[in-house]
Ligand binder design. Sequence first.
Ligand code: GLN
Length: 526
Amino acid sequence: MRQTKIIVFTGGVLSGLGKGVAAASIGKLLSQNLKIVPIKCDGYLNTDPGTMNPIEHGEVFVLDDGGEVDMDFGHYERFLNINCKSEWNLTMGKIFSMIMKKERKGDYLGKTVQFIPHVTDLIKQKIFEIAKKEKADIVLIEIGGTVGDIENQLFLEAVRQMKKDVNSGNILYIHLTYIPIPKNVNEQKSKPTQQSINLLRKIGIQPDIIIGRCEEILTDHIKEKIAIFGNIDKKDVITGLDVDNIYKIPLIFKEEGLLDRINKKFNLQINPDIKNWEHLLNNLENPDKEIKIAICGKYTRLGDSYASVIEALNHCSANFKCKINIRWVETTDIKDIEKKIKNVNGVIVPGGFGNRGIEGKIHVIKYCRENNIPFLGLCLGMQLAIIEFARNVCNLDNANTTEVNENIAHRVIDILPEQKNIHMKGATMRLGSQEAIVSGKIKEFYKTGRVFERHRHRYEVNPEYHEILQKNNLIISGFSSDKRLAEFIELPDHKFFVATQSHPELKSKLEKPSPLFYNFIKACLE
Ligand code: GLN
């Protein structure tokens, strides 16, 4: 395929309808033998979500290249089995800062720098550059937010103009809306969709396909109605069914004829082999066993904050045919904390920042260590496991992390030396894929001695304490390639007590679960 095809995704009526999952699902259906490149456009002025609280924006997803990007990239990587690049996340913050730099350099000398054409041209230029550089067969462009928002107007204007740039046969506009079924009328309603299509048309975009998110399959009648208002074929109105499991969505779209419609419009004959996907999905839907896993954190109010951890567990569910019930444990209140993790089959302490809830987590880790409960520590989770071990096994009173307290005798977790003089906040952590040389159980789990996982942290296990920790029987079974940093730890004579400075959840896939999560769940099942 020579000419890159472009599919633009917009959303209407409500935010949070799952545009990212919808786009990733379509990508999944199209991906066989084709190079798919997802681009996400976010209207906010942050350079990237790295400086946002996960409660505000959901999980910050980290890429191999160290990019801190929108969590939709998690869906793209999990559905498409690809490694995305940070430049594929275009934010208005990035675009504006490029514009300002260009202006100072004199690139627009003599001109008034304007939203149109200068900003929109730059957006298009960036998208076309990515398509070319990646030799993309299909570019999926997801416009964040909802049509009608002020923030995404320039992105929408840019993708509107693209139709002329690439010729109409090479671009499709898919609009995702919401079809409510109000309780009092108990009937699918199309009005919000009609109004949202009007908003889209007002800015000059005629949708080619409309996906109506609904709790039921759309009736013929409602499809007809939307088709008339949307000025499209009835076959181009597709149900985006509410599901309890996002991995079903590609199959639903296929059933609804979406792939056929895209094939027809682009003149393609894509027929993906999704047997393995279907098999895993079937496992997910028909578990033959059940376990309970506690996740201890401070953002437990919002599942999106730990999206990748949840997905990594889903991947294990599918591969073990096991239902995993998550118990969210808020650790800010230490009272009764043991009660909250009694009867669980395993405990995860995920990543986090700041000091809220820290002592509660340390308490939970101690309980797991002493009671032979499978424990998986991720990033902050590993740092706290070290603090617990230092305090209670090595008898280092008040051992702590300097992230919480600078004035302590035993700084078992301390700032990375290269981080000491960094005061700027965006993209300044130790980020992205890092190599670890592993041994012990970790080597068995990964079936290799060289492991690459993604990172996002400022603190590390203080190398001055490696010896005393090891003397007390803690195994450091993974070091950074310069041999300085502890990347993986484990305890002998424990069912499963493993932690890592990395975030293995970020690379877990339905068809290839993270080895650490996989073996953790295996231990929980024993
Ligand atoms: N706050 C810790 C650090 O910066 C852990 C970070 C994390 O869990 N991602 O090192």
